[in-house]
Write a protein that binds this ligand. Structure first.
Ligand SMILES: C[S@@+](CC[C@H](N)C(=O)[O-])C[C@H]1O[C@@H](n2cnc3c(N)ncnc32)[C@H](O)[C@@H]1O
Length: 212
């Protein structure tokens, strides 16, 4: 499989002796910072006790916060170091070690998890750190896992992303990609606290569902 932009970023950070994303969020957690904004919005979208898939779950801050709110959450990530950090920090968050471009219902059911979710969350710039040209595959894989009334919460930077290895993912290209896999727009915001999106904005949050 092609190397992800995430792996390129991590290799560069390691070479520079930098902790990167994992160390950053460990520090914020120690400081008591609010790192649950994405989870609060996902919680609003979900029925109580929902099944939620956290796609690219990282150190577990989003999935962990959703477990704490009573949801049944499955985190999916493929970075061994970040999976270890998640296990240590949020031991109640179950994890599947899998690339999102290889994620299938069979892979989840083999690990003992459902194949249909009320909410799928893919936040924190995951979409701009995938391997080149796998965005549509990942969106298609996540769409298959949405229940009939399921919703996909996706957020990423349109400009000024923290990692220099992130791709630029223009809004019209993202729209073409999600429509091509059978998704439609429910909401578009500029932030997880629902600031209105305006053209040229630096960050975009989408709530998507299967096209009707
Ligand atoms: C910036 S972190 C965000 C993590 C988490 N969503 C959050 O908001 O805290 C990006 C995550 O995407 C994961 N990632 C990137 N490409 C991936 C892929 N192809 N399959 C699975 N995970 C991937 C990385 O391992 C990393 O944990």
């Amino acid at each position: 499989m092609a190397e992800t932009r995430w792996e390129q970023a991590r290799a560069s950070e390691r070479a520079a002796g930098q902790g990167g994303y994992g160390a950053h969020f460990a520090r914020l957690l120690d400081e008591g910072a609010d790192i649950e904004g994405e989870a609060r919005l996902a919680d609003v979208l979900a029925p109580r006790g929902a099944w939620i898939l956290d796609a690219g779950s990282g150190m577990g801050r989003v999935g962990g916060a959703l477990v704490a709110r009573g949801h049944r959450v499955v985190g999916v990530d493929f970075d061994p170091e970040i999976l270890d950090q998640s296990r240590r920090t949020y031991p109640d968050l179950p994890l599947v070690d899998c690339r999102l471009d290889e994620l299938t219902p069979d892979r989840l059911s083999a690990a003992g998890f459902p194949t249909s979710y009320d909410v799928v969350v893919c936040v924190g710039n995951v979409m701009i750190l995938l391997a080149p040209d796998t965005e549509r595959t990942v969106l298609a894989n996540l769409t298959v896992l949405l229940g009939q009334a399921g919703r996909l919460l996706v957020g990423f930077a349109l400009s000024g992303a923290p990692s220099g290895f992130s791709r630029r993912y223009p809004l019209d290209e993202f729209v073409a990609d999600y429509e091509a896999v059978g998704l439609e727009l429910v909401h578009r915001f500029a932030s997880y606290d629902l600031e209105p999106f305006v053209a040229g904005g630096a960050y975009v949050v989408h709530v998507l569902r299967r096209a009707r």
